[in-house]
Design a protein around this ligand. Structure first.
Ligand code: Z57
Length: 801
């Protein structure tokens, strides 16, 4: 079917007729998409079955990656690429006068995630499959993924996302493997002989139906599984309000919570978490039991990884299954559980740490609550032995305290590994945030610096740069991304530099065309494309970027002799619908864009563009076109960042704080090839401890700061002088929690250096290529190998080409 372009064309046309009931001439792009999608899924299915068969036969240890989010992005072209049939398909379609790109536009962009955490999970799946590692994802099949963002008069409006509207060619519903999940009710205890038995009665049952999606490795035969659970009514009882029961159950997988690094604490979210965990564990244990009889050996065959604390109920749920159903003693079950589960922490922001009020938790999950109480009591008793009399320390470390269940504490106590996502983040966990736990369990703590899949973020997103690299150093790096370093020998070759410049230019043209279409703004291809794309959050400091642009505007207006390298400032960001401040910053970016872009003189040299509805598919057009990558979080607050790596891999230079993985990027490429500025993490944490920061002093002493802050409230932007008062207040009245004013001068300085550096074209191109050549370290293949060896103890399976 895909062996050559003619046989492809033939089967494609035949399949189009049988699937859509029309001839090629009458077929729409969407007909063609569904036809091709189904052909590819069918092509995958035999490898998928073989992989599952092999895993069963070999009966080696497998990892299950539990995540409340998988931000997959479109799959058609990635699957074609990984299967090695993209060219055949492109050639065949070309003879029918169809561009693969046009077909791809018909595919919805599955956004079952918010940002970094969900996208990391998707990159990890790609690397697991490519490395032939037996690893599968477990998540939720949200009917509505992350909302679609519309901008109306400069304000964000949210529309429900509808990725399933036209069906999903990649999923396979498996009703025969459905399981039941219980909520509410109460627990009755009784003796059976002399052991205490717990029975859950009066519970409400929800059916969890799995939808499996294939995860295709890159040019290997491995096809792993992403299993997404759908909530459905289990069975209708006689005295039941059928409609409300149906509504309540289906609500569980209706939508993704749109808060990134923020805990809303809603009961529906807790239901989602337990629904994910309980159905996944039942399914994992079922497949374990097909090949094994001794549940006491579970941890030799199964590793369960929890992506942040959202699936931390895996710990008490596994205890429940082992104790209540399998009949293990508490100590036996605890041994198996702690040796099975491992946990990644993704943030130290206090507002992201999950704490569930007992009054919500206990009625919804009565047995799970009992088990957590038992875990807590035993843990506190151990602490008491270790720290006799230190009740304050114990209260601080307890899993349940002050009416709250602390999920991070549960995850640490109940797992064998706790990792941070960049060196500095892991160090902060060990030495500060989780120091008291590190003192008790030093051997559990480790670092696994994040990575991204170069197959999506370079091969798929930037075929032009991919070809240039292949022409320059061959193709080994594709399978061994660390070999991108071979490019370093060539970064001074004039022709390599020139070709890179052409690739960048072409990608800037493609993006400029999109901007013209969508925003109606004409941008200068020769200007610096300076990009900040990520969720909108105070700690990521989009506001610092905005204040710098306001400062530039003022300088250009005031000083007719001021010369500046032209720049296009590009933003993309979604704000959580309930995050008032973040939405104000979006409005501010739009007001600033209006001012700048409509000023006849200023708009000659700078432009401001906000790209609506930032998402994976848009990101694939943005990263390849960027010259400058804005990674300007308050030091210590961004655990890692992964966009920073995507920019680097596409030859953008970073303007960044010494935060997250920016530090390791700097260590890789050298201090001279990155523009760092601002407070260090140590300095920030010290200010936070001693409370000596006074943002008002910076307002009084720096005229540039005073001017831009005054402009927020003096009608400079709009008739409504109150519009941006809350932003001004955050900086002055609320003492600028994220040190925007403290870092302002340093940021202005470094940005001036960026402008000057860009004028040395040759050197800039060299630095861009140095970034690309060192980006191999940040492939998620490296990250996943480290998880496989250092945490999961799993090995690649003998899948032959
Ligand atoms: C999320 O996207 C991240 C952390 C969280 O606790 C939640 Br909830 C969502 C992000 C971090 O902010 C990034 O710094 C990090 O790169 C990413 O997770 C992946 O580790």
């Amino acid at each position: 079917m895909f062996s050559n372009k003619d046989s492809f064309k033939k089967s494609f046309l035949k399949r189009l007729e049988s699937m859509c009931g029309k001839g090629f001439e009458e077929s729409t792009r969407r007909d063609q998409y569904f036809t091709l999608g189904n052909m590819v899924r069918e092509y995958i299915s035999s490898k998928w079955i073989d992989t599952n068969e092999l895993y069963r036969a070999e009966n080696k240890k497998q990892v299950y990656y539990l995540s409340i989010e998988f931000l997959l992005g479109r799959l058609l072209c990635q699957n074609l690429l990984n299967l090695g049939i993209k060219e055949v398909v492109e050639e065949g379609l070309a003879e029918l006068n169809i561009q693969l790109n046009e077909i791809e536009e018909c595919e919805s962009d599955p956004a079952l995630g918010n940002g970094g955490l969900g996208r990391l999970a998707a990159c990890f799946l790609d690397s697991l499959a490519t490395l032939n590692l037996p690893g599968h994802g477990y998540g939720l099949r949200y009917k509505h993924g992350l909302f679609d963002q519309k901008i109306v008069d400069g304000y964000q409006v949210e529309l429900p996302e509808q990725w399933l509207r036209h069906g999903n060619v990649w999923e396979v519903r498996k009703p025969d493997q459905a399981v039941e999940v219980s909520f509410w009710g109460r627990i009755e205890s009784s003796y059976e002989g002399n052991s205490l038995i717990f029975k859950h009665v009066g519970e409400q049952k929800v059916l969890a139906v799995p939808y499996d999606m294939p995860v295709v490795g890159y040019q290997v035969d491995t096809v792993n599984t992403l299993r997404l659970w759908n909530a459905e009514p289990a069975s209708f009882g006689p005295n039941q309000d059928v409609l409300s029961y149906k509504r309540d159950t289906e609500a569980i997988t209706d939508f993704l919570y749109p808060d990134d690094t923020h805990d809303e604490g809603k009961i529906l979210r807790l239901k989602q978490q337990y629904f994910l965990v309980s159905s996944s564990l039942q399914s994992i244990i079922q497949s374990f039991k097909k090949e094994n009889s001794n549940i006491r050996e579970l941890h030799h065959y199964v590793a369960i990884h929890i992506n942040d604390t959202h699936p931390a109920l895996a710990i008490p749920e596994l205890m429940r299954i082992l104790v209540d159903i399998e009949g293990l003693t508490w100590n036996e079950a605890w041994h198996v559980t702690t040796n099975t589960v491992s946990y990644t922490n993704h943030t130290i922001l206090a507002e992201a740490l999950e704490k569930w009020p007992i009054y919500l938790f206990k009625p919804l999950l009565p047995r799970i609550y009992m088990i957590i109480e038992e875990i807590n009591e035993r843990f506190c008793a151990e602490l008491w032995d270790r720290y006799p009399g230190e009740w304050q320390r114990i209260e601080h470390m307890a899993i349940i305290a002050h009416g709250l269940v602390k999920m991070a504490h549960l995850a640490i106590v109940g797992s064998n590994s706790i990792n941070g996502v960049a060196k500095i983040h892991s160090d902060i966990l060990k030495n500060r945030e989780m120091k008291s736990f590190y003192d008790v369990y030093p051997e559990k703590f480790n670092n696994k610096t994040n990575g991204i899949t170069h197959r999506r973020w370079l091969l798929k997103a930037n075929p032009e740069l991919t070809n240039l690299i292949k022409e320059t150093i061959g193709e080994d790096w594709v399978k061994q991304p660390e070999k991108l370093i071979d490019l370093k020998r060539h970064v001074y070759h004039p022709s390599v530099k020139e070709q890179f410049a052409q690739v960048k230019r072409k990608r800037k043209e493609i993006l400029a065309k999109k901007i013209a279409e969508k925003n109606g703004i004409l941008v200068d291809i020769d200007s610096i494309f300076d990009v900040q794309v990520k969720r909108l959050h105070a700690y990521k400091r989009q506001l610092l970027n905005v204040l710098h642009i306001m400062y530039l505007y003022n300088r250009i207006k005031e000083d007719p002799n001021y010369v500046i390298q032209p720049r296009t400032f590009i933003f993309g960001a979604k704000a959580s619908p309930t995050y008032y401040y973040a939405k104000k910053v979006i409005k501010l970016i739009h007001s600033l864009a209006d001012k700048v872009n409509n000023d006849p003189r200023v708009s000659q040299v700078i432009k401001v563009v906000f790209m609506e509805n930032y998402r994976v598919s848009l990101a694939e057009d943005i990263f390849p076109a960027a010259d400058v990558s804005e990674q300007i979080s308050t030091a210590s607050k961004e655990a890692s960042g992964t966009g920073n790596m995507k920019f680097m891999m596409n030859g953008a230079l970073t303007v960044g704080t010494l935060d997250g993985a920016n530090i390791e990027i700097m260590e890789e490429i050298g201090k001279d090839n990155i523009f760092t500025f601002g407070l260090t993490a140590q300095e920030v944490l010290k200010y936070e401890e001693n409370g000596r920061y006074r943002s008002m002093e910076y307002y009084h002493h720096d005229l540039r700061i005073r001017q831009v802050i005054n402009q927020l409230t003096n009608g400079f932007f709009s008739e409504d002088e109150g519009e941006f008062e809350s932003i001004a207040d955050s900086l002055l009245v609320q003492n600028d929690q994220y040190f925007v004013l403290r870092d302002f001068a340093s940021y202005i300085d470094i940005q001036e250096k960026v402008g000057i550096a860009y004028q040395n074209r040759e050197k800039w191109l060299e630095q861009a290529l140095i970034n690309v050549s060192h980006s191999g370290f940040f492939s998620s293949d490296r990250t996943i190998s480290q998880y496989a060896d250092g945490i999961w103890n799993i090995e690649p399976l003998g899948v032959k080409m």
